[in-house]
Ligand binder design. Structure first.
Ligand SMILES: [Zn+2]
Length: 282
């Protein structure tokens, strides 16, 4: 492997590649649309990689995890984070589609906030899973109290814009900034805490999106490589959950079926559920 390959891989940690994952073709659409790449022609080939090869990160001297996952909901204790979120570079926040970790952990994110049913909160409490919510102002502002129920479990409300415009990524910076910043201010007001993570509607982003997110005070763009929908897991890579996967789910009528499918998948993979915000320290 050449030196430039290594440099490229290091860059891939801060822009964990989305291209090459076949997102457009495998039906892993989120809310509407698919995770995309940076602006056409704007990114360097070296950054267009899939997740780093584990063999490039084997120089760590830390011991292997002391405890393996058990059958308890989240395992005996939170795993020690072994990944540090990179700072923004030249105003561009980093993008993660999964967390490059050796810890046996998986992260659950729940988006939008369209369907608000008491049963969903009860189901989440039943499993005891920590989650990260990427919520859209226009879909939650009629009932923020509903989401305070999830917040009361220790979960965080993160930023998923004001209007869920899936073509936002292609629009001017000022438009994108407003979509992000107004939600930022709303979350601060309604939930007492400003978000630290951003998920673009449909997962697609551009350099302007990354810059706007950073300027609004966010630390990273969070996409995904696995999702659960209609009671079924879907994977962009492989056929099971991997350590560090960020799973996308939605507040939909099939919430309980989705949660059950996720539960089965994480049991089969032997992974614990950890809260993404906590693991990233943001
Ligand atoms: Zn969405």
């Amino acid at each position: 492997m050449s030196k430039s390959d290594l440099v490229g891989r290091r860059d891939a940690l801060t822009l964990i590649g989305l291209s090459g994952l076949g997102l457009g073709g495998v039906g892993l659409a989120g809310c509407a649309g698919v995770p995309g790449n940076d602006e056409p022609g704007s990114s360097t080939p070296s950054a267009r990689r899939t997740s780093p090869d584990p063999s490039t990160t084997t120089t760590s001297t830390t011991a292997s995890p002391t405890k393996s996952a058990t059958s308890s909901p989240t395992g005996p204790a939170a795993a020690e984070p072994d990944f540090q979120l990179p700072a923004a570079k030249r105003g561009l926040v980093p993008v993660l589609t999964r967390v490059p970790t050796k810890q046996p952990v998986v992260f659950l994110s729940i988006d939008d906030g369209v369907t608000k049913r008491a049963e969903a909160l009860a189901a989440l409490q039943h499993y005891g899973y920590p989650v990260t919510m990427f919520l859209t102002k226009n879909t939650i502002q009629n009932d923020p109290e509903y989401f305070r129920g999830f917040q009361a479990l220790g979960n965080r409300i993160q930023n998923h814009t004001v209007s869920h415009d899936t073509t936002m990524w292609a629009k001017p910076f000022a438009y994108q900034y407003a979509e992000i910043k107004v939600m930022q201010d709303y979350a601060q007001e309604a939930f007492g805490r400003a978000p630290t993570l951003f998920r673009p509607p449909g997962g697609r982003y551009s350099k302007a999106t990354r810059r706007a997110a950073g300027q609004a005070g966010l630390k990273a763009i969070i996409d995904w490589e696995a999702l659960v929908s209609g009671g079924q897991m879907q994977y962009q890579v492989g056929a099971k959950l991997r350590p560090g996967d960020i799973v996308l789910m939605h507040f939909r009528p099939e919430f309980e079926a989705d949660l059950k499918a996720f539960h089965q998948a994480r049991l089969e993979a032997g992974l614990k559920v950890q809260r993404l915000d906590d693991f990233l320290g943001v």
